[in-house]
Write a protein that binds this ligand. Structure first.
Ligand SMILES: C[S@@+](CC[C@H](N)C(=O)[O-])C[C@H]1O[C@@H](n2cnc3c(N)ncnc32)[C@H](O)[C@@H]1O
Length: 392
């Protein structure tokens, strides 16, 4: 699976996207109308997403104009995140045969999974999808898009779309799934009963060894909900596949206001660039928080993947360069640490620090001080174990 494969797929999306939306949804998507009117609708949508007053978010799925804006812009911008996470954590395409997507919107996560399956080159891929959304308009659109995607990618399977609120959804016990998906929905639900419902569903619908993928906006509130769900499931013996290097309680949850997020470079499609200019957005990078969890097979002990000292860390900040020094925050082994390298101490053994990007997995041979700081010397080693874009 190559990075150019993903870029080609996005390019194909960009040029064929409006036509595909028009055909599969029955809604007329003319390009000039898309650019002009959707710019206005995107601003309105963004205002709703960032306004925390009660009820402001409730109805956007019922407004065809806002639904269309979401489906053109955010589907195109969110889908690569799904593909990236599945690639970055080497998910086995042959073990993805069925999924449930909560808060499906236009079907972003299932469409991302289908794209991943088609890029993986797996022979005769098949995937059953159940898509749940409280908005009938979104649920139906997801169904249409997924069916049309299946056809063009030649991926078999059944698609069911259900217009139902998360709180009322009952999943048949006879149909457990390989993957539970939830994209950009935690941000729209309350922290109490709805989060407990999500956890109950994860425990009851995902097969042993199956996956739960959460992707949310890079905001402290949404990220901390992801981390809260992550921690609860880890305490129930689920394993963290990524981005964290181990399955321990998240250090960010020890302090109010701590969180982390990814920043992914991508080849921004022309359509997104045009809409960015109209709506005043900037999707040069894809910023998001995610967590990919695996339900441990029965009998597997928790903590089985505890990383060895000095190796199990990921980068959770940008590289901060100031006069005379570089600094970067790492997270791992249940704590966050600050690594400092004075410019005069850069050497062959620690030079990797200058190349790090968020969520790279790194290691070092140096002592961690009492204050959770590491001062690299010319002889200490710092190395990148895997790069966040590896395998793409
Ligand atoms: C921001 S959109 C995300 C769509 C898609 N998952 C994505 O990542 O692009 C959130 C979706 O969740 C749905 N939603 C919000 N609260 C819900 C609830 N309580 N039950 C079911 N769906 C809900 C909304 O209707 C909307 O379609």
């Amino acid at each position: 699976m190559s990075r150019s494969g993903l870029s080609e797929c996005l390019f194909e999306w960009d040029s064929g996207w409006i036509e595909r939306m028009r055909r599969s949804s029955g809604v007329d998507f003319d390009r000039s109308e898309v650019i002009a009117e959707l710019g206005i609708a995107l601003r309105e949508l963004n205002r709703r997403f960032t306004d925390s007053s009660d009820g402001v978010l409730d109805l956007y799925g019922q407004d065809p104009r806002l639904r269309k804006a979401y489906s053109v812009y955010y589907l195109l911008a969110n889908l690569p995140k799904v593909v990236h996470v599945l690639l970055a954590h080497a998910v086995d395409p042959l073990r993805l045969r069925s999924m449930l997507d909560l808060g499906t919107g236009p079907g972003t996560i299932p469409l991302g999974v289908l794209t991943f399956l088609s890029l993986s080159g797996a022979v005769a891929p098949a995937m059953d999808c159940v898509c749940v959304d409280r908005s009938r308009g979104f649920a139906d659109l997801a169904g249409c898009l997924i069916r049309s995607w299946r056809e063009s990618l030649d991926i078999r399977g059944r698609t069911r779309q259900l217009a139902v609120d998360l709180m009322d959804y009952r999943h048949p016990v006879s149909a457990p799934v390989d993957l539970l998906g939830m994209g950009n929905m935690l941000t729209e639900i309350s922290a109490g009963g709805a989060l407990r419902k999500v956890i109950r569903l994860a425990e009851s619908v995902v097969v042993e060894g199956g996956l739960f993928l959460m992707i949310e906006p890079a905001t402290p509130g949404a990220a901390r909900k992801v981390l809260a769900v992550r921690d609860e499931l880890v305490s129930r013996n689920w394993r963290v596949e990524g981005p964290c290097p181990g399955s321990y309680a998240c250090p960010a949850m020890k302090r109010d206001g701590d969180w982390c997020h990814h920043r992914l470079s991508w080849s921004r499609p022309v359509l997104i660039g045009d809409l960015d200019r109209r709506a005043g957005f900037d999707k040069q990078f894809l910023n998001f928080t995610y967590c990919l969890l695996r339900r441990s097979p029965a009998g597997e002990l928790s903590g089985a993947d505890a990383a060895s000292p000095g190796r199990g860390y990921i980068v959770v900040s940008d590289l901060l360069a100031s006069k005379g020094k570089y600094e970067v925050y790492l997270c791992g082994r249940e704590r966050k640490v600050l690594v400092k390298l004075e410019k005069k101490h850069v050497s062959a053994s620690n030079r990797d620090l200058l190349r790090v990007q968020r969520y790279d997995r790194v290691g070092f041979e140096a002592d961690i001080g009492r204050d959770a700081r590491i001062e690299l010397t010319p002889t200490s080693s710092f190395f990148r174990i895997s790069h966040t874009m590896e395998g793409q």
